[in-house]
Design a binder for this molecule. Sequence first.
Ligand SMILES: Cc1ncc(COP(=O)(O)O)c(C=O)c1O
Length: 343
Amino acid sequence: MAKLIDLRSDTVTKPSPEMRKAMYEAEVGDDVYKEDPTVNKLQEYVAELFGKEASLFVPSGVMANQISLKVLTSPADEIICEKDAHIFHYESGSPAALSGVQLYPVAGENGIMNAEQIEDAIRPKEAYYMPRTKVIEIENTHNRAGGVIQPLKNITEIRKLADKYKLKMHLDGARIWNASVATGIPIKEYASYFDSVSACFSKGLGAPVGSIIVGSKDFIKEAFRVRKAWGGGMRQVGILAAAALFAVKNNIERLKEDHEKARQLARAMSEMKNIEVNLETVQTNIIIFKITKIKAGTFSKKLAEKGVLISPTGKNTLRAVTHLDVSYSDIYSAIEKIEEVQK
Ligand SMILES: Cc1ncc(COP(=O)(O)O)c(C=O)c1O
């Protein structure tokens, strides 16, 4: 069978030969004793890249978000997030289970909340019978909204609001690299508005495993404790940190190519009779689109028979994601197959 063109997610990438070489050659030690030189190198490198005091390597994006929220809150606190946030839909109810907190989802436009909406959601201090608002969480880029970038103006206004109400801010920056490359705004600048940031190496950057939490020294000290308590302490994990370090040093700039491929694919789909795409939301490597003639599940099954994998996200909606294991010729071939199936 011909090569599968896998557009389900940017998490499906396989480590390149160069990345595997870096993993093979990694110096390692026991990271629970903080003695893994490659992990330490990665943590220093990323803290510097984000302009923060410290960082902590963790197994996954979910763990990075959940440890951050745990450190920022006390039980019965409330976290304001957008209604399509990853922490709300795709983290197995962990804020409630692990931190004893609840989420207050706010309906943004294409994943973007403004300061006014957030201010309406902040609980009055004197209302002792209400939960306490503690954190504002923002996702950049926003996955479920289709890789949409949070405008810096909104972020700065929300930070002012957070300062006014003495709230903390957490950034789910699983794909912050994509936002930075697309806008030219340095990662440091994005990170500067947040108390804690999570970011993933295992998505567009192409590493097999790993995420990072970035913040102040005190914050990371506490995060280190929570990571151990939740069973996330790892030993000779420099082998994985080497892949992450390789990814962050070599694979950020090339994300531009993924964005260009997504634009080409989205433009072609927008011209197809039975597909609707809002091109305004195609700002990075994710395309959310609607199929009007058949159900999304049927569409993705028929497409899979032709060797193209795309994830249904609803009855009529699907998600296609470009990444470093999809070439331009794969995109042209996917366009042909999508055209045939949507008819
Ligand atoms: C925005 C966002 N945050 C967090 C995560 C969680 O990452 P992981 O799958 O590594 O736990 C994802 C995964 O897709 C994501 O898209």
